[in-house]
Design a protein around this ligand. Structure first.
Ligand code: DON
Length: 586
């Protein structure tokens, strides 16, 4: 059986068009964002921006219209996102950029991941009893804050691929911060859901709650003069205005001076922070080349593994409505997660067998494990070859609690440059600490709280001074015959891997258009139980998955996919209907 395609992508006008709800049988039944007036899917000829908030997408498109590049548009969009979607990303966080240059015909990546302070230690997320701290005990306050990286990433991307003056790219965010913007329904809901946790910090409490202490409501006009001032200082003084001097000193004072949960960030951590240009990870699959972010993200590697594990089983011919299809995808994902947990961490600190994990011989061996009638009873990490040819035993599994913020931007400019960027401050509202108009990340809780296995063998993703916590973020670019045909990514913590893998399978194997792949109900498996998206047609799979031997949890699965496909007829873009993202183009 195939998807019923009850909607047409063609014919939708990008700007001003209303979002069409996907009426496919296999699409979400609950339209959580159905009343939004901005377009969540559309077509364009040359330029397109898909971002998680209309004001951010608008700022990006303005830069493209002014003759800017995709990276110029990204910088403008990210600075606005840090204002209007402050819970998800911003100057206090980090991100990963995957970029295709039409000039060099290369996909490159920039790692803008936060680092652990030099003074961080492997045991910092253990309690007095030697056990891992409860997640929010670790998150809220200064302890979880890694060295902010977003501005260095934006500045480096701009040096490489920008055209407009950097200061001009900050203008839309400065204007909005000074004039005010309406609090979105999603931001209002998230503030309300936070309650007192977001009052840990007086600056955050004063910003996100009104004078009576009530959470801001949707539509309330919010001004952020402190953020405008920060951006003006950056516009005048460049990166140094942030990484040295008064702003850096304020960040460090807030982190180290936190009354209940002080952190160890020092001004030298900020001064010394650098982004890293890295080779992306790419593999041939489904007759195209799929490229993703390499370490310290596990996202690209895990997704390439999943695709490489399901392709030999003829996933193209399998139905998205059959539980057996999801058995294959789900157990492939479990195998990838087993490898991820044991092998993957910051390559500057841990030897990681990345080429071995993606080698066709290794993937064929692992794919054979998927030959069976039901759920794999258990999964273990494999033994990939290291670059030196050695086989080493896997280190012990860590303890990394992974809870659902984060934002996804995809952009294509008139030159043909295309990018996929995932930015984050980790948990919604990060560490809850607010300095000079922006929130600080809690990225350090992406490390394993447990530093070693029971026999004392170190966990790959343990905390170490200067190290980058393992991520799941997965900005991806797909090439056919060397030319980009798709850029995609999503928020979602470790569920990002399943969200993006599923969307890629739907696009590349089932030939579904981007508007469908971002809206498809999710069926995920990370660690054994299936997670099936509540309120969607996918719940029909539950009895079948149970009969195959799985435990099934039906729940909200809050992806924020964004995608642009480059087709012979132009650009097709789509933003996830579960969030407030939009598609603008021309
Ligand atoms: O880097 C990571 O994988 C996480 N810090 C991303 C967090 C995230 O996506 C939260 N999601 N909704």
């Amino acid at each position: 059986m195939r998807f019923a395609t009850a909607f047409l992508l063609a014919g939708l006008v990008v700007q001003g068009a209303r979002a069409e709800q996907v009426s496919d049988r296999f699409a979400p039944e609950t339209a959580t964002v159905a009343s939004r007036a901005a377009p969540q899917q559309g077509t364009a000829r040359t330029d397109m921006v898909v971002a998680a908030h209309p004001l951010a997408a608008r700022a990006g498109l303005d830069m493209l219209e002014a003759g800017g590049t995709a990276v110029d548009a990204l910088v403008a969009a990210q600075m606005v996102l840090g204002l209007v979607e402050p819970q998800s990303s911003g100057l206090g966080g980090g991100g990963f950029l995957l970029h295709y240059s039409s000039e060099s015909k290369d996909v490159t990546s920039i790692d803008g991941r936060e680092t652990a302070p030099a003074a961080a230690t492997p045991d910092m997320f253990l309690g007095d009893d030697g056990k891992p701290l409860p997640f929010f005990t670790a998150v809220v306050g200064g302890k979880s804050v890694g060295t902010p990286a977003t501005l260095r990433l934006m500045a480096e991307a701009h040096r490489r691929h920008g055209r407009l003056p950097f200061a001009d790219l900050l203008e839309p965010a400065i204007r909005l911060a000074e004039q005010g913007f309406p609090v979105s329904p999603r931001l209002a809901d998230l503030i309300a859901a936070e309650g007192d946790r977001l009052k840990h910090d007086p600056a955050a409490a004063a910003y996100f709650f009104d004078a009576t202490g009530a959470p801001l409501k949707a539509g309330a006009v919010l001004r952020n003069p402190a953020y405008a001032d920060t951006l003006r200082r950056i516009a005048a003084g460049g990166e140094d205005a942030f990484y040295r001097g008064e702003i850096a000193a304020d960040i460090v004072a807030r982190v180290t001076g936190d009354a209940t949960n002080p952190g160890r960030l020092a001004t030298s951590d900020l001064e010394n922070y650098t982004v890293i240009a890295r080779e992306p990870v790419c593999n041939a699959v489904f007759s195209v080349e799929v490229c993703g972010m390499g370490l310290p993200s596990s996202g690209g590697i895990a997704i390439l593994q999943i695709l490489g594990l399901v392709e030999p089983w003829g996933i193209e011919r399998m139905s998205p409505q059959a539980p057996e299809t999801w058995r294959l995808i789900g157990d492939a994902s479990r195998l990838a997660f087993a490898d991820r947990e044991r092998w993957l961490a910051d390559p500057a600190y841990v030897r990681a067998p990345v080429s071995g994990l993606l080698a066709s011989g290794y993937l064929s061996l692992r794919a054979k494990l998927l030959d069976g009638p039901g759920a794999l009873p258990e999964v273990a990490p494999g033994l990939p070859a290291f670059d030196d040819g050695a086989l080493r035993p896997p280190p012990p599994a860590g303890v990394t609690p992974e809870l659902p913020s984060t934002t996804q931007v995809v952009i294509r400019d008139a030159d043909g440059d295309i990018l996929s960027y995932t930015g984050t401050i980790e948990n919604g509202f990060g560490s809850r600490l607010m300095v000079r108009g922006f929130l600080l990340n809690n990225e350090l809780t992406d490390f394993s709280f447990a530093p070693a296995g029971s026999d004392g063998t170190p966990v790959a993703n343990r905390v170490e001074g200067g190290k980058r916590p393992r991520s799941s973020m997965a900005p991806m670019i797909v090439l056919r015959d060397g030319l980009p045909i798709l850029a995609i990514g999503s928020p979602g913590g470790s569920r990002i891997i399943g969200f993006v893998a599923q969307a890629l399978i739907a696009h590349l194997a089932w030939k579904r258009p981007v508007a469908e792949i971002v809206a498809m109900p999710h069926v995920l498996n990370r660690f054994g139980p299936f997670e099936v998206e509540a309120g969607t047609a996918a719940t029909a799979l539950v009895p079948g998955l149970q009969a195959l031997g799985y435990r099934v949890e039906v729940q909200d699965l809050n992806s924020g996919l964004a995608a642009i496909a480059v087709t012979p007829n132009g650009l097709e873009g789509a933003a996830d209907p579960r969030r407030e993202g939009v598609v603008y183009g021309r």
